[in-house]
Design a protein around this ligand. Structure first.
Ligand code: SF4
Length: 406
């Protein structure tokens, strides 16, 4: 039997563009366009039922190859990401949930996550989402310091973040993630520590903590370029990372991925699918998917996306059938993001070759990383590799190590 599927749905609307954001999201979108977009999403969900989503022939009524018909496939994680999915009205959410349930077989314990931004939710709305089956919220808090929130261009303050958490609890959510950011220009170690303290006092089940990535073309990029903001040094950034890890550990959050910590049993099922190469469908503007060994992505252009779906055609603009070697390489470098590392016995079962043979040419370099304390490799009694994982120090140079498998 096939593994359970994940479903990612992109909601590309925001109240205001944050200063660091290069995600596909639009501000000031009227209800008419939002409704049109939702209609397209519903159509795209129906397309997945009959296998037309990568633009091939229909898997049910034609000879389609590529993506198989996914009608009735068991789904145990749905993730509404954005953008700001909490800008959807409960009615719009309901339409999507009904279509999802009609197309897929959502398991009873299906994890249904919705990203939300503090300052965009009301108690009533959260109760409605909960009623519709959403059972996990992920709030983009980023910081609890007004100065840092201003640098990031966020629309909320500390008060709204705390209020959102309280409203979520009252609405019946017992699984909440708070997203944090460090390495923000002007951020001191004290600011970071203060945010960590305030966030853990809210007692979420899950905390994500990412170093700010400065993307070309964003306002923050230009502020740094023209000297209006001073970026943090690499050293300060890493100090914040390790301080964060240690503090979260003290507070009972175990790190299960480079940038994610959770209370026991509260790891994000959907995101773990990405790091363990499980299948997921991507729906909506710029969404990515991985099904049947095929990676694909949908159109990023809103007008084109809508017109294409309205014509009954697939909005997938790129797809690629992975070779075995490509999948093996993805298995290694995404798996290394996990604290538990990569199960190399599973690697052998999945790809029919041991990792040490497949990456014989990289072994000298890998051994060097082990000797330097960046990487750890477990071996069986007969010397066969059983597990490979980054050490805490190795997480600082994860990209260099992962690059060996690309
Ligand atoms: S809320 Fe998220 S998606 Fe929207 S502009 Fe800010 S960072 Fe980008």
């Amino acid at each position: 039997m096939k593994d359970n599927l994940g479903v990612y749905i992109h909601i590309p609307f925001c109240v205001r563009k944050c200063n660091y954001c290069d995600f596909t999201s639009f501000v000031g979108v009227d209800e008419e366009l939002k409704n049109e977009y939702i209609k397209c999403l519903l159509n795209q969900i129906r397309q997945t039922a009959c296998g037309r989503m990568v633009g091939g022939d229909c898997g049910v009524c034609g000879e389609g190859d590529g993506i198989p018909a996914l009608q009735g496939r068991r789904v145990d994680s749905v993730f509404f990401g954005g953008g700001t999915p909490s800008l959807l009205s409960p009615v719009q959410m309901e339409n999507i949930m009904v279509e999802l349930r009609r197309t897929f077989n959502l398991t009873e314990d299906c994890e249904i996550t919705m990203e939300a931004n503090p300052g965009t939710v009301t108690s009533w709305q959260l109760r409605e989402y909960r009623e519709l089956g959403v059972n996990r919220l992920s709030f983009g808090v980023q910081s609890m310091e007004a100065e840092m929130l201003a640098v990031l261009g966020r629309i909320h303050g500390e008060r709204e973040a705390a209020d959102s958490m309280e409203m979520a609890r009252k609405a019946g959510f017992d699984n909440v993630n708070l997203d944090l950011m460090f390495g923000i220009p002007g951020q001191t170690q004290e600011y970071w520590q203060s945010t960590l303290r305030k966030i853990t006092a809210l007692a979420p089940e899950h905390i994500s903590f990412y170093s700010l990535q400065v993307e070309e073309g964003t306002p923050i990029y230009n502020d740094i370029k023209f000297g209006r903001l001073t970026p943090l040094s690499e050293e300060d950034d890493r100090r914040m990372y390790h301080r964060g890890l240690a503090y979260l550990r003290e507070q009972g959050y175990h790190q299960y991925e480079i940038s994610n910590g959770a209370k026991a049993g509260r790891e994000c099922r959907h995101n773990v699918k990405y790091w363990t190469l499980q299948e997921y469908v991507g729906l909506g503007l710029s969404a990515h998917g991985f099904v049947n060994g095929i990676r694909y992505s949908c159109d990023e252009d809103m007008t084109r996306y809508i017109k294409t779906v309205q014509r009954g055609e697939s909005p997938v603009v790129w797809s690629h059938q992975n070779t075995l070697a490509e999948t093996a390489s993805e298995f290694m470098f995404t798996g290394l993001r996990l604290f538990r590392g990569v199960d190399l016995k599973e690697f052998q079962n999945r790809f029919g070759i041991s990792a040490e043979r497949m990456y014989a040419g990289e072994m000298a370099e890998l051994n060097r990383f082990c000797q330097q304390g960046f990487l750890s490799i477990d071996k069986e009694e007969d010397g066969a590799f059983s597990n490979m994982r980054l050490t805490e120090r190795g997480m600082d140079i994860s990209n260099r190590i992962m690059a060996l498998f690309v």
